[in-house]
Design a protein around this ligand. Structure first.
Ligand code: GDP
Ligand code: CA
Length: 307
């Protein structure tokens, strides 16, 4: 079964890892968020695409939750000693990938091509595509001012409450080559348990992608990133409370209005399934604590398709 999954970084990557154990990895296309992309120290970093690729290649650090396992930080220490920009955590192993990506982009290759090339070099069978090759960047308006995504998330530790999420470049962003084709060929569309506002919305900000999902002829299933109304980590719950007025499954589903047919929710949220409208709830345990839990969650999401 051909599957397309929209994904952010860590939560999405964990889910995709489970998914490719349940369906052939070559049947899965991941459409990744690039709203988090950032230029640091002259390098182009695509944190969400990298989280997905590192997870699929088995190179990710499960404990830290991001970046590579067995990482070291000597290059960044040197940057700090020299008075350089060191607020964004870049490990030595990770830097190698950013060097290769940045050089390829500078020589004129589009991000989608570079990403496919990197994925191949890492031995990944699943196609990972950026939502767009165009420049698209997430900005957060907060009581303390408006910040680019990484400044808000990393430098300020996402402590500022968010009043508005905005995507710079959305008016002109077109889907990366292969994205619309994958959506058209898919027998099932999945939305990973990622942050709706800063991981999935920037993908949907590419209007042709949103239109393709709205006009789908196959089922679309999202997995909620909340358990008991709380994010497993990160600001998704606080953002939903402030921007949508609550953290129930209906509030999560509301962020994908008209785009999903079912929402996989955790057992801890099973007593709060009102106001979901047309969206069918599927209740299961959604904590992806280990490989088995990831696989089970993927199976449940796949099982949402009527036979
Ligand atoms: P990021 O780009 O690295 O921030 O990652 P994502 O946006 O893809 O994922 C972040 C979201 O994943 C957070 O809102 C978490 O609540 C959610 N998440 C992380 N681990 C789990 C899990 O085991 N189960 C569920 N349901 N959500 C999770
Ligand atoms: Ca992200």
């Amino acid at each position: 079964m051909k599957v397309v999954v929209l994904s952010g970084g860590v939560g999405g990557a964990r889910f995709v890892q489970g998914l490719v154990e349940v369906v052939p990895p070559t049947d899965v296309t991941v459409i990744g968020n690039v709203g988090d992309d950032v230029e640091v120290l002259g390098l182009h970093v695509s944190p969400d695409l990298d989280s997905i690729m590192y997870a699929l290649a088995g190179l990710n650090d499960e404990e830290r939750g991001w970046g590579r396992a067995d990482e070291s930080w000597r290059a960044l220490e040197t940057v700090g000693e020299l008075g350089g920009e060191n607020w964004f955590r870049l490990g030595d192993l990770d830097l190698g990938l950013h060097l290769v990506r940045t050089q390829a982009l500078r020589s004129g290759a589009p991000l989608s091509k570079v990403t496919v090339r990197l994925g191949r070099a890492l031995g990944i069978e699943t196609r990972v595509l950026p939502a767009t090759d165009d420049r698209l960047r997430t900005w957060l308006r907060t009581p303390a001012g408006e910040f680019p995504f990484q400044e808000w998330f990393v430098a300020r530790g996402h402590r500022d409450e968010v009043d508005v999420v905005r995507f710079e470049g959305e008016a002109d962003a077109t889907p990366a080559p292969g994205v619309l084709e994958a959506l058209a060929d898919a027998e099932l569309l999945l939305v990973a348990p990622s942050n709706p506002y800063v991981s999935i919305w920037p993908i949907l900000a590419v209007s042709a992608i949103r239109k393709a999902l709205a006009a789908r002829r196959v089922p679309a299933v999202a997995v909620s990133p909340l358990i008991g109304g709380r994010a497993v980590r990160g600001p998704a719950d606080r953002m939903l409370a402030r921007l949508a007025g609550g953290t129930s499954p209906a509030h999560v589903a509301g962020q994908y209005a008209g785009l999903i047919d079912a929402l996989v929710v955790d057992e801890a949220d099973a007593d709060d399934l009102e106001r979901l409208g047309e969206v069918r709830p599927i209740v299961t345990r959604t904590l992806m604590a280990d490989a088995e839990a990831r696989r089970r969650l993927a199976e449940v999401a796949l099982g949402a398709v009527p036979a």
